[in-house]
Design a protein around this ligand. Sequence first.
Ligand code: GDP
Ligand code: MG
Length: 457
Amino acid sequence: TKRSADDLRSPICCILGHVDTGKTKLLDCIRRTNVQEGEAGGITQQIGATYFPMENIRERTKELPEAANMRVPGLLVIDTPGHESFTNLRSRGSGLCDIAILVIDIMHGLEPQTIESINLLRMRKTPFIVALNKVDRLYQWKPRNNAPIRTTLQEQERHTKSEFETRTKQIMVQLQEQSLNSELYWKNKDKRKAVSIIPTSAISGEGIPDLLYLLVLLTQEMMEKKLMYVSEVECTVLEVKVVEGLGTTIDVVLVNGVLHEGDQIVVCGMQGPIVTTIRALLTPHPMKELRVKGSYQHHKELKAAQGIKITAQGLEHAIAGTQLYVVGEDEDVETIKEEAMKDMKSVMGRIDKSGEGVCVQASTLGSLEALLEFLKTPDVNIPVSGISIGPVHKKDIMRASVMLERKKEYATILAFDVKVTPEARELAEELGVKIFTADIIYHLFDQFTAYLKNTRE
Ligand code: GDP
Ligand code: MG
């Protein structure tokens, strides 16, 4: 296949950061079209993502003179329901996200999930920029809707400017403590060495032009090769969902290539590789008014980059966060099956050989991996005897209860970002298995260490 700099695909972008920093609001703000000027801009809502075509980005960045040379066709931004963006941000070999926005609240600075996000981005080697959000909350801020940030900063009173500078400096120091060099983007000479900071407000839209411009600039400058369109399929499973009338479906992001109805696919499953055939390729209806719940548009084929819902048989045990493979005409299914299970195998390899340790459970393979990574760091060092993905069921309690005889304190399940079924909770109570649940990895650690201390005293 031909690769050329004239045929770039849309970069894929994730938003992450601590809760309440404004991730959802920023996305809403970026999504908002210029209603007054009747500018629809062709933004399309996709499965788990929003697509921003270049016309829209041009419109939003027109006040920035430097934003002229944008060559990508658009930008695919992965939605962030709750903190899922974080767990979905997974990449081994083929990365889902080309770039990420780390949102920091200018009034709060670095918070626990900010640091967790930084570590995850580092682990995945994903380039990112910082949106220093909520600048409108600086004392006596004078907003100018949707303005480039430098224009609006110049218009602020001296004391507001000075508060901005003090807070920004403090946050740069905090980032430095995490071994990150950072700089306000217009002062940033070497974007590979220092992380660019873009002050924003998701309420007044200030700094949004800068944010969009920088996302485009960085992706096309730093990863042109990666963005050259190739026909080879690269596709990540975001979520496994049961949909009424459709059965178990998978929501995927097609990063590269084309998917067709009827394609034979292989995905990683809890009980081994799943080989199946695409029954339907679905996207939401483009016109919102027509979007009745559960109604989707069917496609014969779809080209990257896209968020897509796939229906097929046998997807019940598919694992979110893994790659989807298409079996080509002369390709060997067995080889692809092995390939599909590689990620799972490497995670399985992290389980303690002694057979003694806690059980851990997470929502996606990516989050499980992050949790395991954390548990084995020297100052944490908690052995793991069993892993699982998805909600905690009775069978998981049974498995953890094996430890009751060997090492009672390890008869524990550390559940990250998953539900516990009522039956499972009941059984755990009955057998004496402890369940700790949390949405922040190190909260699990805190709970567990407190429990250990208690039982050992
Ligand atoms: P998320 O948890 O990171 O998705 O945060 P949300 O987008 O839900 O925002 C959390 C709260 O902060 C909401 O009440 C928002 O209205 C508010 N918020 C978000 N961005 C801004 C901003 O730029 N300025 C101000 N003043 N409030 C904001
Ligand atoms: Mg949110």
